[in-house]
Design a protein around this ligand. Structure first.
Ligand SMILES: Nc1ncnc2c1ncn2[C@@H]1O[C@H](COP(=O)(O)OP(=O)(O)O)[C@@H](O)[C@H]1O
Ligand SMILES: [Mg+2]
Length: 458
């Protein structure tokens, strides 16, 4: 059987209903038959009595003149055939069909109803006895009237059908209402499904249970417990990365100092100089990576409800970042410009927002060819504050665009980098409930425009 809750519940409703309809339908049919039989028997008896009333003595003989009205009572659209037979107990036939299967009640003179066959047709018949007295003699005259069953069957149908139709209508109505009700009542469950589907992978708040049915609550509460355990696990893992990065920094700093010291004393062994320089470069990139890992862990752990307590001004932060990067831009012969007029307040963490602007702007400078232009702009409208970083470099190929936000993904392997810059940027933006997107400059169509939207803090 299907596993659909809706179908199964409907099934549970339909089977008892069908049984109910069957039983009431059968009772209605029995009732209709009983009523039609009663009506038919009453008419048969009335007709027999009428005929019996016409039996009379004439010159010591019994005679009968069957009145037409005695047979007219049976007139019906179904055109039933009517038979009768009037015979005396001495065996004489006074009128009617000689082969009529007569049957008097044994021992008493009450009307006797019975089923019989005449000319191959089933009939319902009555035998009615009238006693005739003459000069002390008693004659028993048996009047039998029978008819075929067409009008009686029609009556049964007429009595029964409307009831059956009504029952079926009620069942259909019940099913329709049940379907509507089920759709309605299953909605909270589907809502839970949507809520789960719409979640970000790292959204680990519990699902809401207030508006759920009592039966569903335990399920959702169990899911919530599972989410909570997952949350603890994730937090532990993040703490681990942060701790590891933190721990790495000390020995790396130490190593840097030792390398510097070794290079200062290179006169002793000139051939070592090159190796030391290479070691120093890899040490520096390790320091860079460790810092970025730490930043990523911080960004991932950032909680909006904590951040919401602080208001910061984005133009000032951007200005500081531009000053930090001015040297780097000059070295790469990039014209680094800014469009930061007025003030733009947002809710957030100054250090993280600074790292966000730094990473995006650093990318723009790093990946744009010498002589290129990079512009950092902050704009605001009624509701939003928008940061854009525009460059006129080579741009990012379409197939790489969806992946550059993944940790450790790099589209240009020939340059220095970790592949963490944009993942950090994305984590920071998400922690601030903002949106980050990539575009291309329109005139001329080249380069990258990174757009970040925040809700404006008033
Ligand atoms: N402004 C840009 N112009 C061209 N390519 C870019 C730009 N910004 C990012 N990218 C591409 O996206 C990749 C991912 O960037 P990012 O996450 O900052 O890592 P990283 O800079 O360390 O390589 C980069 O390797 C680079 O190929
Ligand atoms: Mg980068």
């Amino acid at each position: 059987m299907t596993n659909s809750l809706r179908v199964r519940l409907l099934w549970w409703l339909l089977v008892p209903l069908a049984m109910y309809v069957f039983m009431t339908g059968k009772a209605a049919y029995d009732n209709a038959r009983h009523t039609a039989d009663l009506v038919q028997e009453n008419t048969l008896l009335a007709s027999a009595r009428m005929i019996a009333g016409e039996v009379e003595w004439s010159d010591g003989r019994l005679l009968v003149d069957v009145p037409p009205s005695a047979l007219e009572v049976f007139a019906s659209p179904q055109g039933d055939q009517v038979f009768y037979n009037v015979s005396v107990d001495d065996g004489r036939l006074l009128a009617g069909a000689p082969d009529f299967p007569t049957r008097a009640a044994d021992g008493h003179d009450a009307p006797n109803y019975y089923d019989a066959d005449l000319h191959g047709k089933p009939i319902r018949a009555v035998g009615f006895v009238r006693q005739m007295y003459d000069n002390g003699a008693i004659r028993r005259v048996l009047v039998s009237v029978g008819k075929t069953q067409a009008s009686r069957d029609a009556m049964v149908r007429e009595l029964w059908r409307p009831q059956l139709v009504r029952q079926i209508e009620i069942v259909l109505l019940a099913v329709a209402l049940a379907c509507i009700g089920l759709t309605f009542e299953l909605r909270p469950l589907l809502k839970v499904k949507e809520e789960v589907m719409d979640r970000d992978p790292m959204q680990l708040e519990p699902l809401r249970v207030e508006r759920l049915h009592t039966e569903l609550r335990p399920i959702v509460e169990a899911i919530n417990q599972c989410i909570a355990r997952l949350g603890l696990q994730v937090a532990a893992q993040r703490r681990f990365i942060a701790d590891a990065a933190h721990q790495l920094r000390t020995p790396l700093t130490l190593l840097e100092t030792q390398l510097q010291f070794a290079r200062q004393h290179r006169e002793m062994e000139p051939s070592l100089n090159e190796a030391l320089a290479a070691m120093q470069r890899s040490n520096r990139s390790m320091v860079g990576l460790t810092n970025k890992l730490l930043l990523l862990a911080q960004a991932e752990a950032a909680d909006y409800t904590q951040l919401a307590k602080q208001k910061v001004e984005l133009c000032a932060i951007a200005q500081d970042v531009i000053e930090d990067l001015a040297m780097f831009a000059q070295k790469r012969e990039i014209d680094l410009g800014a469009d930061l007029t007025g003030s733009a307040w947002v809710i957030g963490h100054e250090g993280l927002l600074s790292a966000l602007i730094y990473n995006v702007t650093e990318n723009a400078i790093r990946y744009t060819q010498a002589g290129g232009h990079v512009t950092v702009a902050v704009a605001r409208d009624e509701r939003n504050v928008t940061l854009t970083v525009t460059d006129d470099g080579p741009g990012i190929p379409a197939e790489a665009r969806s992946r550059v936000f993944e940790p450790f993904y790099r589209a240009s392997a020939d340059t220095e980098g970790t592949g963490l810059g944009l993942s950090i940027a994305k984590e920071i933006v998400q922690a601030h409930r903002g949106e980050i997107g990539l575009g291309t400059r329109e005139h001329p169509e080249r380069g990258v425009v990174v757009t970040v939207n925040f809700v404006r803090a008033l």
